[in-house]
Design a protein around this ligand. Structure first.
Ligand code: KPL
Length: 300
């Protein structure tokens, strides 16, 4: 299968590299990472060892593939969609944080699938990605229907040795992932602690509170996610990735823009529309946005 992986950050590089063991993969990312992959291949180490040679590009326009995976930061979704709209794809599947799929649907003709990936990944240097946790990829239709296309996409992952499944309950899973991100990312970034430590002490109360609020929004929107299921998912992911730092914690440590809008912004928007109080998510959003504004990483 021809697979385009749009966004060669840590997760995109890992998933693209693993897929390249069985498929014809093109990675789209930035130099110097892409240059090194072109010249020397992509080294995967940590929990999985591999060296693969995917195609590595810095411009993702006018391409075609059976499957386009979108793995950019959530705030780059519109730019990714504009580039993908110039090409031809059998299907598009997001493995991003936040509820980005609606934006892809609005901009693209091919069918868009929702996906989650629970692999841990860290870019060590150009051309080298570490697998810090082996997880699974789950894909499915946005509406929560059984989907033959999702089955085919999930088989493409399993053919490359990635544990994967097609699921008919993506609306619930997307909110579950959002609850996990809301619980871990903000508190871990503000306290500068690992995912495991996020559950301890006062940060743990904030983390669980944020996850519960996302479950209330999910319920109000008709997705079947209880507060206890959201907290269970948060605790499971924090335990399974205990030694890792969340992407937001890494972003703050590196002085980079975060995914605050894609994670907390989307919760606040939907909560306002559905009249659900979300004070913990609102506070986390305000503090992280203030941090970004203070570093001129955002204007509002
Ligand atoms: O998705 C993640 C992130 O870091 O953005 C979690 C689930 C928190 C894993 O680290």
């Amino acid at each position: 299968m021809e697979v385009l992986v749009y966004g060669a950050g840590a997760l995109g590089s890992l998933v693209g590299g693993l897929l390249a063991r069985a498929h014809d993969v093109t990675l789209v990312g930035r130099d110097p990472h892409m240059r090194r992959v072109r010249e020397e291949g992509l080294r995967i180490d940590g929990r999985i060892d591999a060296c693969v040679r995917p195609r590595a590009l810095t411009v993702g326009r006018d391409l075609s593939a059976d499957l386009a995976l979108v793995t950019t930061k959530a705030y780059d979704t519109d730019a990714a969609a504009r580039a993908l709209a110039t090409g031809e794809y059998g299907a598009v599947c997001s493995l991003q944080n936040g509820l980005t799929e609606e934006r892809l649907v609005a901009a693209l003709e091919p069918p868009v699938l929702a996906g989650t990936a629970s692999y841990g990944a860290r870019l060590l240097e150009p051309g080298r990605v570490r697998c810090t946790g082996v997880g699974e990829v789950v894909v499915g239709s946005l509406e929560g229907r059984e989907s033959a296309l999702a089955e085919r996409v999930s088989r493409a992952f399993t053919d490359a040795g990635i544990e994967a499944a097609a699921a008919g309950d993506m609306p619930r899973r997307r909110y579950e992932k959002l609850a996990v991100n809301a619980g871990i990312n903000g508190p871990s970034a503000l306290a500068r602690v690992t995912n495991g430590e996020t559950l301890e002490g006062p940060a743990g109360g904030v983390a669980r509170g944020a996850a519960r609020e996302v479950a209330r929004v999910a319920k109000a929107e008709g997705a079947d996610l209880s507060e206890s299921a959201a907290v269970d998912a948060l605790e499971r992911v924090a335990r399974d990735t205990a030694a890792n730092r969340s992407s937001m914690c890494e972003d703050v440590a590196a002085g980079r823009r975060t995914e605050v809008d894609a994670i907390y912004g989307v919760v606040l928007e939907r909560a306002a529309r559905l009249e659900v109080p979300v004070p913990t998510c609102r506070t986390l959003a305000s503090v992280i946005r203030a941090w970004e504004a203070g570093r001129e990483l955002r204007r509002n």
